[in-house]
Design a protein around this ligand. Structure first.
Ligand code: C2E
Ligand code: MG
Ligand code: MG
Ligand code: MG
Length: 285
């Protein structure tokens, strides 16, 4: 997008003038600024983790949380992960940031479980570049030891693009993590190219069906049957099935009917800051 913007700017400059379209200019400037401030943001403590509850459909109770990073920048305001994660990946900063996210999430949930006498799981999104680091499994191992989190309560979320990039390295590392008792989830399932039978060859415990499939399950019969078959097949392969982006009661009912294991979505809760999350838990208890 930034490249396209630059191109347009150059084109316009042919006649000697640079007519900056204001919106375009803002976009370029924002991208430049995100890059500029991103590296300092970690030192300055500008990142926070929010936690979105995952609900177990059998018990109707919170089973665990997905950690979702937020950047509260004094210069840029609140920046969405969709706007800075890809930039953090491009400049290699994600390795550093990702380690901070993993450590913070494990440490927080470990403390939360001790405080409330619970066994909540925590799911953490992992970027390709992190997984491909030579020492990734060692880093995870030391974070687990350091924070005292039961490895069975940690789930690492990866996407298909990670697997496509370097399948052999990824599979090897995922197997090591799985052997440590850690769960591995494939995030955004359905948006990539992998078939379920291909996924059978990947060490996975969990499949998260992307929101785009959930959005129309009630209105579009084709999507309804796709979701139902994905869940049935996933279960045959022994996978825990999670549906993302549930906003409506109808969707919930349908997923219950298909025996989906867990749901995550605004219908139950948006991602919460720590104090709201603890209020939520107190209410449930
Ligand atoms: P994701 O991992 O698929 O996370 C789910 C996204 O869907 C989150 O957006 C969440 O707030 C949103 N969501 C959940 N339920 C609903 C719903 O019912 N309706 C709607 N409209 N949205 C819902 P968020 O937090 O903005 O994160 C976006 C993406 O950024 C994530 O997608 C993930 O790919 C990436 N991301 C977020 N945090 C991290 C992180 O700590 N590390 C890495 N590597 N990536 C992250
Ligand atoms: Mg995720
Ligand atoms: Mg997702
Ligand atoms: Mg996503």
């Amino acid at each position: 997008c930034a490249d396209m913007a630059m191109f347009e700017v150059k084109e316009r400059g042919k006649n000697g003038y640079y007519f900056f379209n204001e919106q375009l200019n803002d976009k370029i400037l924002r991208r430049v600024n995100i890059e500029k401030y991103l590296k300092m943001a970690l030192k300055n403590n500008e990142f926070v983790l929010y936690y979105q509850p995952q609900i177990d459909l059998k018990s109707k109770k919170i089973d665990g949380f997905e950690a979702l990073v937020r950047w509260n920048s004094p210069e840029l305001g609140l920046v969405s992960p969709e706007d800075f994660i890809s930039i953090a990946e491009e400049i290699g900063f994600i390795v550093h940031l990702g380690e901070w996210i993993l450590r913070s999430a494990c440490s927080y949930i470990s403390g939360l479980n001790a405080k409330f006498n619970t066994n909540y799981t925590v799911a953490v999104n992992i970027s390709m570049m992190q997984l491909l680091q030579d020492n990734f499994t060692e880093v995870v191992c030391s974070i687990i030891k350091e924070t005292g989190l039961n490895p069975n309560l940690l789930e690492l979320e990866i996407t298909e693009s990670v697997l496509m990039q370097s399948p052999e390295i990824s599979i090897g590392k995922l197997q090591v993590l799985l052997n440590m008792g850690i769960k591995i989830a494939l995030d955004d399932f359905g948006t990539g190219y992998s078939s379920l039978s291909y996924l059978r060859t990947i060490p996975l415990t969990t499949l998260k069906i992307d929101k785009s499939f959930i959005d129309d399950i009630i209105d579009e019969e084709s999507k309804t049957s796709i979701v139902e078959s994905i869940i049935t097949l996933g279960h045959k392969f022994g996978l825990i099935m999670v549906a993302e982006g549930i906003e409506k009661e109808d969707q919930l009912k349908y997923l219950e009917k298909c025996s989906c294991n867990k749901i995550q979505g605004y219908l139950f809760s948006k991602p919460l800051c720590c104090s709201d999350l603890e209020k939520h838990i107190q209410q449930e208890q």
